[in-house]
Structures are given as C-alpha cells and as structure tokens.
Design a protein around this ligand. Structure first.
Ligand SMILES: Cc1ncc(C[n+]2csc(CCO)c2C)c(N)n1
Length: 201
C-alpha cells in the first residue's frame, strides 16, 4: 500500500472530556457545552467525550470558554483532551472553515489552571528539538511550572495558559510536517491549589 501523505487541511480538532468532581457533574458538563458559543465550530458529544473541529482560533477559543464555564461553578474540574492538526484522514468537508476571523467567546474572567501537556510532532525526525523549543517558549511566556516524565507542567491564568498552548500548537508544525498531536490535561479549583493566585509564577 502507498504511504498516506499528510493533508494540508487547515482543520484543527480537539477531542476532550470534562470531569467535574461534583455530584452535579451532568449539569456542569451540559451547561458548559450549552452556554458556550460554539457556532464557529463543528461539535459532537457522546457518552465519553466531545469533539470540536474548525479553524484553529475558534477551536482554542471554544475550548477555553467551555473550560471557563465549568470552572465558574467553583467545583474541582478535570479536563483531558487531544488537539490534532494535519491528520491525513481529516478532510475539510464537514467543518466550519467559512467562519469569521473573530472568536465568538470573549469572557476575560481570571481563573488559575494547573496543567500538563505533551507534544507529538508526527513524522518529524527533529521532534525533540521542536519539543525543547516549545518548553523554552513556555518559560518565556511565564507559564512553565515543571518538568516531568512524558509531559511538561504549565500553569497560570487560563487566558495565558491557552494563549501559550495556541502559539505552541502553531509553532510546532510546519508545511513540511503539518501533522501534530498535543495532549493536555488540566486541573482547576483543586484543593491542592491553596489559594490559586499564590501559585502564579
Ligand atoms: C466535554 C465532555 N463531553 C462528553 C462527556 C461524556 N459525558 C459524561 S457525563 C455526560 C452528561 C450526561 O450525559 C456526558 C456527555 C464528558 N464527560 N465531557
């Protein structure tokens, strides 16, 4: 069989699950999905996760807004998900690429987030250089928390954390190597976070 080449589709996707540590988890998940303006992305929810697909700026904007909605309940929220771009099977057919440039959600409420991420620059022989460069970028952004096996710790205000993740996701792929996967897990309003604001670096 011929090797599958990576497409040049501009689609970015994010498949994620919210796990509110609350007896009220059903309402928290459903409200976050309903109260966020998702008109600029294609979205599908099932019993395990939700997927959003579209232009990069809308996917990151919706991901942040959904997370912020869940966080505003003050409950301890865990989120885990995978961003993907340039996936050979991801065709432009069913997504929202004709949307305006301006992101739909503009809530600037501050919220401390502690997270971990891992980058997988697919097919790129220099993938370790890409990863080291993005870890340096996290330090420049002031959101780097710690190094650990299989991931890096990123924390700070949700707007700075998402801004880093979006910049990192753009920078770690190229025309030559467009297929990129990035996993993210987040912990919000955790009892481990003392007062939250004290943890900003
Ligand atoms: C973002 C996100 N999407 C879907 C699920 C799966 N899920 C678990 S409980 C529930 C509500 C009741 O059906 C749903 C949809 C999730 N956890 N997080």
């Amino acid at each position: 069989m011929e090797p599958t080449s990576c497409g040049t589709s501009p689609i970015v996707g994010f498949r994620f699950s919210l796990h509110p540590m609350s007896g009220n988890f059903i309402k928290i998940i459903k409200s976050a999905l309903k109260d966020t303006d998702t008109s600029h992305v294609w979205m599908q929810t099932d019993d395990v996760s939700t997927v959003i697909r579209g232009k990069q700026q809308h996917v990151f904007n919706v991901a942040k807004a959904l997370t912020l909605h869940a966080a505003k309940t003050k409950e301890h929220i865990a989120l885990s998900g995978t961003f993907s771009a340039g996936c050979p099977g991801d065709t432009a057919g069913d997504v929202y690429l004709e949307t305006p440039a301006k992101p739909a959600n503009q809530d600037r409420t501050e919220q401390y987030v502690s997270s971990q991420f891992a980058l997988y620059p697919m097919n790129n022989p220099d993938y370790m250089d890409v990863i080291y460069r993005e870890v340096e970028r996290a330090k420049e952004f002031g959101v780097w928390n710690d190094s650990m096996q299989y991931a890096s710790g990123i924390h700070g205000d949700i707007h700075e954390v998402f801004s880093f993740y979006e910049t990192c996701f753009s920078s770690a792929r190229s025309d030559q190597y467009p297929h990129l996967v990035m996993t993210v897990s987040m912990s919000i309003n955790s009892p481990s976070h003392k007062t939250g604001a004290e943890n900003f670096s």
